[in-house]
Design a protein around this ligand. Sequence first.
Ligand code: NAD
Length: 457
Amino acid sequence: MTVTLSDQLVSLNPATGEPVGSVVVTAPEAISGMVDQARKAQKAWAALTLEERGAQLKAAGEALEAKAVEIGTTLTQEMGKPLREGIGEVKSCARGMASTVDEIAAALQPVVTEDKRTKSHVFYDAFGVCAAIAPWNFPVAMPHSLVIPALMAGNAVILKPSEETPLSAQAYADVLNEFLPAGVLTVVHGADEQGKALVNADVDLIAFTGSRETGKKILENASRDLKRVVLELGGKDPMIVLDDANLEEAAKFAVMNSFRNAGQVCVSTERIYVDERVATEFENLMKTMTENLKQGDGQEEGTQIGPMINDRQRAHVLKQLELAKNEGARVVTGSDAHPERFIVPTILSDLNPAMAIMRDETFGPIACVVRYQSEEDAVRQANDTPFGLGAAVFGEEEHALKVARHLDAGMIGVNKSCGGASGTPWVGAKESGYGYHGSDEGHRQFAQVRVVSVPKG
Ligand code: NAD
């Protein structure tokens, strides 16, 4: 949560409304000059080898780990998630830095391909300047996932973090900048106006993570100069609970994945389709687990669910909830009186597919449980959305795997969350993604592919 006072963006603690700190807002008209500076710095950065760039980032990873408690605390103060998760987010970026960098370096090594007449070298070169535009829900992990592959490919990066979480992103960039040459990583602070100015400036690649609506605007603006774009967008993830599922495990996952980060995760479970034969037992298990969750200020010991990021997001979720209740949804557990800044984790049942809460991204702690009679129908309903980020199926493994292959999502977890093994991409289907991250193919999207060929004697 932030307010703008003159040229200052003041970050407020979403749990208390207290100021945490501030940064200077970047004037939109200054952005094109910043891009020119980045372009100058980029040449020498791209001239380094992958190993040399990697070594600087690995050193930054160690420094980031040393500051994980400090930066993680700031993250919790300005975003609201439990302190353990805030510190954990920074630690996981820091500790994973070396392996991420090695994985990217391996993906960007030149490849030699030949046939009878021609020998070709395929190079993965820098584009030039990359605009990295990030959301607020993982204030360090999201910038990290854009900045590191872009830098490794030899690009200079202009990072525009979310206006909701400027302090943690600035602290992250400050650590990296202790190790990077001047001008290679620059931070622009502000909101959509600064984002637009950055997209319209002379950048070569736009790597964006955020909502589907903003992604569409960026694609439209980038199209004028055919700028390269990589968009990781929103979701409306379904979960299917089969009749042979371990209901305890399924309910545990449903509660964790619907309410973690107060439901403010792109791969939150937002729709749950349960075989009607096991639905009552599943719903009861979910109810008990949900009522045991501890909600509060992320800095308080034992907090599991924090506040909503800001009043706008809270109002959006409450409106979906009210509409659903007015249209006949049953509240399995929840509250009629949500405390200021918070939304009490809520389970709804008796929903219909036309309700806004079943169609639009919620991004809040609401779990929607729908009973199904046939698996075909469950799959049809799960796929009935323009989104296609993650999905989960719980059931006997062979059975669940079969159902999983019919789901129209980029990442599907069977008896687990949707994330794959390391080296696999983070990828959305349909309107949840346009380009993707991770894996050799994902890393190569931050590079210009260039083929140099010679004749064979
Ligand atoms: P958002 O789209 O409102 O904002 C994201 C970023 O874009 C912010 O930095 C914002 O200032 C900037 N921006 C806004 N308008 C812009 C414009 N016209 N041009 C350029 N930049 C602009 O999203 P948010 O509310 O910060 O984040 C929540 C969304 O992010 C959810 O939809 C969530 O699902 C999605 N998300 C997706 C992933 C993924 O991996 N697919 C991960 C995290 C979050």
